[in-house]
Design a protein around this ligand. Structure first.
Ligand SMILES: Cc1cc2nc3c(=O)[nH]c(=O)nc-3n(C[C@H](O)[C@H](O)[C@H](O)COP(=O)(O)OP(=O)(O)OC[C@H]3O[C@@H](n4cnc5c(N)ncnc54)[C@H](O)[C@@H]3O)c2cc1C
Length: 465
């Protein structure tokens, strides 16, 4: 028996409600596009609500490089009581810390205010296309199949699901070796004694990631960094596997093989931190079977890490495990090949572009297997530009991508993947879609959009281009 397929119509459809999808949906709806935001999961936020802090809002030299919806989200979080503050790890990298539970409210409130229609529990699958033009997208959920038609489509799925279904060329992980950055289950600990943790950091700084070699060109003197971290008074410190405490625990089998145990404050009242440490390398996160198998192993690692911290890390003696992130964190899968490709050299050299629609300021940051880390800073601790062409998949006319599947080399992506940059790219993609929504023929081609018009609209709305 053939199944009835319903049909719906929008101006713009955004797939994925993570940082980039939220930026895209807000960018589109605030500029008048009738916007549908689709997510396969039961809630909004993607990695933005996993407990980690927001990176990429500031360059290492302290310049604000993301405004717009990124700033709006943090301000909304602050209004409802979930903002912790702007922090530094004194390498220096700047973070915006917030409570992920409050961030969920902030996101839904901004989406509702902008009039974005939200469709959760819904997987975006096949597309209907005509050459380089996507005509419709097939959504699957408990009610069956719906064909949604729109003038423009924005892929913020992280994995480029929509763009690849539409025929976009792409790369995955390290094309030369087949390697993928590690996957991680972030978790949280409550009742942490921050003062004791910071005293421990000051007494035994050799256990922490402070003034690492890769940051030497921009780093503060080591003593100043230690004093700064202590004075900041926040549990924004990272145990390093290069230090004796963690390396011995790994050697003794008390901890799994990892590079860091990184703490990030999420709530002062609950004395709660998130912990970024669990690690399985070289999993292709689009391989659902591998991901499902990895879930159990990552949870075992999380419990191991909880026991290690309670037993060995001053400040965690009386702390308690308080929860897992909503999903396994994925750093990289597929990147589309677009009109322009953001490269590692663009990041390293702080390259500026006339067609810039967003800025990135995070170092090259590839999570490699084992205990090591791969960092390369941006020249002078500055920022680089992301040109509009990085959002346009080659050969497609009315589709954009934003977020960690942007058109980039592996090194370029390892910087641009952070959430501040994803929010900014998303806002640019959504705004671009809205600017084309009044196209009389309905035959949008993003390659023909005057980028200076887009840049002006973004700047008028508080974005930094
Ligand atoms: C462990 C870890 C730690 C990190 N630490 C930091 C940090 O400290 N600071 C920082 O700024 N960044 C950090 N990052 C990077 C950053 O979190 C991510 O790169 C970023 O959040 C990606 O945003 P996104 O919108 O591209 O994708 P995601 O946040 O992955 O969102 C994609 C969304 O799309 C949905 N989706 C996927 N496919 C489909 C489909 N076919 N149909 C419908 N919905 C779909 C998913 O359900 C998901 O909600 C970290 C990443 C990880 C994994």
């Amino acid at each position: 028996m053939s199944q009835m397929i319903r049909e719906e119509h929008y101006d713009t459809i955004v797939v994925g409600a993570g940082a980039s999808g939220i930026g895209a949906a807000l960018g589109a709806a605030r500029n008048g596009a009738r916007t549908l935001l689709v997510d396969a999961g039961p809630g909004v936020g993607g990695e933005l609500v996993s407990g980690i802090n927001l990176l990429g809002m500031w360059s290492s030299n302290g310049e604000r490089i993301v405004g717009g919806v990124g700033r709006d989200l943090l301000e909304e979080c602050d209004r409802i009581g979930g903002y912790v503050g702007r922090l530094s790890d004194f390498r220096p990298i700047y973070y915006e810390a917030f409570d992920p539970e409050y961030m969920k409210f902030a996101i839904t409130r901004l989406l509702a205010r902008a009039g974005v229609e939200l469709r959760l529990y819904t997987f975006a699958g096949e597309v209907v296309r005509d050459g380089g033009r996507v005509k419709g997208l097939l959504l699957i959920n408990k009610q069956g199949k719906t064909l949604v038609r729109a003038k423009t489509f924005i892929d913020c799925s992280g994995d480029a699901d929509l763009a690849i279904a539409a025929g976009a060329a792409h790369e995955a992980g390290d094309p030369a070796t087949g390697a993928f950055q590690s996957i991680t289950m972030v978790f949280r600990m409550i009742g942490v004694d921050t003062a004791r943790l910071l005293d421990f950091m000051r007494e035994q700084p050799e256990n922490f990631a402070i003034s690492e070699q890769a940051f030497s060109a921009i780093a503060l003197p080591r003593e100043e960094a230690i004093a700064g971290l202590h004075k900041q008074g926040q549990p924004k410190v990272t145990l390093s596997a290069q230090g004796p405490l963690l390396s011995k625990a790994i050697d003794d089998g008390e901890m799994f093989e990892t590079s860091i145990v990184a703490f990030a404050p999420v709530s002062a009242l609950r004395r709660e931190v998130s912990v970024n440490s669990t690690k399985i390398s070289n999993v292709d996160a689009t391989d659902t079977r591998r991901m499902s198998d990895s879930y159990t192993e990552l949870l075992d690692q999380a419990l191991t890490c909880v026991r290690f911290m309670k037993a060995r890390v001053p400040g965690f003696e009386g702390a308690e495990f308080s929860g897992l992130a909503p999903r396994i964190g994925i750093r990289e899968t597929r990147r589309v090949i677009g009109e322009t490709v953001l490269t590692g050299d663009d990041v390293r050299s702080a390259r500026k572009r006339d067609e810039s629609i967003a800025k990135g300021g995070h170092p090259i940051d590839v999570w490699v297997p084992g205990r090591g880390v791969h960092w390369e800073i941006i020249e002078g601790g500055g920022s680089y530009d992301i040109p509009f062409g990085c959002l346009i998949p080659k050969g497609l006319e009315n589709v954009l991508v934003a977020g960690r599947c942007l058109s980039s080399s592996r090194e370029g992506q390892s910087s641009a993947r952070v959430m501040g940059t994803c929010l900014a790219m998303g806002q640019a993609a959504g705004t671009a879609a809205a600017l084309t929504a009044d196209s009389a023929s309905g035959n949008v081609n993003f390659n023909e959009l005057p980028v200076q018009r887009l840049r002006q609209r973004l700047a008028d709305q508080g974005a930094i281009v």
